[in-house]
Write a protein that binds this ligand. Structure first.
Ligand SMILES: *Cc1c(COP(=O)(O)O)cnc(C)c1O
Length: 427
């Protein structure tokens, strides 16, 4: 049965190589394979399933909509499902935070949102250059890839990726260096060789790039610098928005207001593809139809996204994430102190990473965890970071169980290290 994939599916397939099971169903924090094995999911579709797999309240809304033959596809015509989503998102998310944005629904994936944001920033400013950061990840289409750091992925473009510049993210030059000194100097100096950019695009926590966390002060300074120089600030909240860091938007803690925000992954709350570009009203200078597409805002995804906003009608989920964050941080710090001193633990909310100097270790831990029924991925340019991305709604005992498995997986991965020279000697 696995041969179906090996025989017919392109070699480009990826995650199935790390997690070679045949999945059949899922609920909450668990995925179940064809042999009935249960896996605790600490990956959540790379941040798509913040509310867990197939949450009942959202599923009921979707089923009711389908059963009454609610419209499924409508291009970008007006529908009740879209209206309900816009109204609820305004009421529950934007207004209480004092935010005013217009909504653009691009194609349904994250990279579609990034492409739309970059195109709009260039159009509005009349400038070509967009600044991204070292180790950034913004998607696989040409515009988004041009502001993505990863050299292997960039090479896949097959054409030059241009009209961008990469500057150091927070922490890239080590503790004690504020990397924005460099960026600000480039902007101020006519001799710097950097063309004035249309926009800066940033992740507040670089997820794919290795769980690199920007500090609140760094984000605030980035906002000040971009404002002073008339450069638009795009926050790509595709992976760490929708509550991943606790608050709905990851930039709330810094108290900054981006000019453009991209959302996708957990926006539909159910794993249905949906992307959104939030645009400051004065920047909405699109001409009708200037940027279009067939699947811009899919009605079943609007229905689930609207239902998912129930999680945000009070502050309980954010509080719950903060409590679980404390638990994860403490446990990971203890595990590292005990077994891998020197490894670095970092994160915010419910995205955490452990970075190891031995770049093989994170992948070995991931494999050891998978054998024990835990799905957990690696991140960073050398896959040197073990990345935790449990659902926000995971029960505390499930979270503790997953952390136990990580400790066991780490011990196994380290013991392989210790015995391997002996095995080699014996061979
Ligand atoms: C996943 C991701 C994207 C790309 O989203 P796709 O749906 O894979 O196109 C863009 N930016 C960030 C921060 C992401 O995590």
């Amino acid at each position: 049965m696995m041969n179906t994939f090996e025989q017919y599916e392109s070699e480009v397939r990826g995650y199935c190589r790390s997690f070679p099971a045949m999945f059949t169903s899922a609920k909450g924090a668990w995925m179940i394979d064809a042999e009935g094995r249960r896996y605790l999911d600490f990956f959540c579709g790379a941040g798509v399933l913040n509310y867990g797999h197939n949450p009942d309240k959202i599923k009921q809304a979707l089923l009711a909509y389908l059963m009454r033959d609610g419209i499924t596809h409508s291009l970008d015509m007006y529908t009740e499902a879209k209206q309900a989503f816009i109204a609820r998102f305004n009421d529950v998310i934007l207004q209480p935070r004092g935010l005013r944005y217009k909504f653009q629904f691009p194609g349904p994936t994250g990279t579609n949102a990034v492409e739309a944001a970059l195109k709009l920033a260039r159009k509005v400013t009349g400038r070509e250059q967009v600044v991204g950061f070292t180790n950034a990840f913004h998607g696989m289409t040409l515009g988004a890839l041009a502001v993505t750091g990863n050299g292997f992925k960039r090479a896949g473009a097959g054409v030059p990726l241009g009209h961008t510049a990469s500057v150091p993210f927070d922490g890239y030059l080590g503790e004690g260096t504020d990397t924005l000194d460099y960026f600000e100097a480039l902007l101020k100096d006519e001799g710097s060789g950097m063309d004035k950019p249309a926009a800066v695009i940033v992740e507040t926590v670089q997820a794919e790039g290795g769980v690199n966390v920007a500090s609140v002060e760094w984000l605030q300074r980035l906002r000040r610098i971009t404002e002073e120089h008339g450069v638009l600030l795009i926050v790509d909240d595709i992976q760490v928005g929708c509550g991943r860091t606790g608050a709905f938007f990851s930039f709330e803690e810094a108290g900054i207001v981006p000019d453009i925000v991209t959302l996708s992954k957990s926006l539909s709350g159910y794993g249905l593809p949906l992307a959104l570009v939030l645009i400051k009203p004065e920047l909405d200078q699109w001409a009708p139809g200037e940027h279009n597409g067939t699947f811009r805002g899919h009605n079943p995804a609007f229905v689930t996204a609207t239902a998912a906003l129930r999680f945000w009608q009070d502050g309980l989920l954010a509080e719950d994430v903060a409590r679980k964050a404390g638990l994860v941080e403490k446990r990971l710090t203890d595990i590292v102190a005990k077994h891998a001193p020197g490894a670095r633990v970092r994160g915010r909310g419910l995205i955490w990473g452990i970075e190891f100097d031995d770049t093989q270790l994170a992948a070995r831990i991931s494999q050891a965890c998978f054998k024990r029924g835990l799905i957990i991925e690696t991140a960073g340019i050398d896959d040197q970071v073990l990345k935790l991305l449990p659902s926000l709604t995971i029960a505390e005992e499930e979270l503790r169980h997953g952390l136990d498995v990580i400790e066991a997986g780490l011990r196994e991965a380290l013991s392989v290290d210790n015995v391997s020279p002996a095995i080699e000697a014996a061979a």
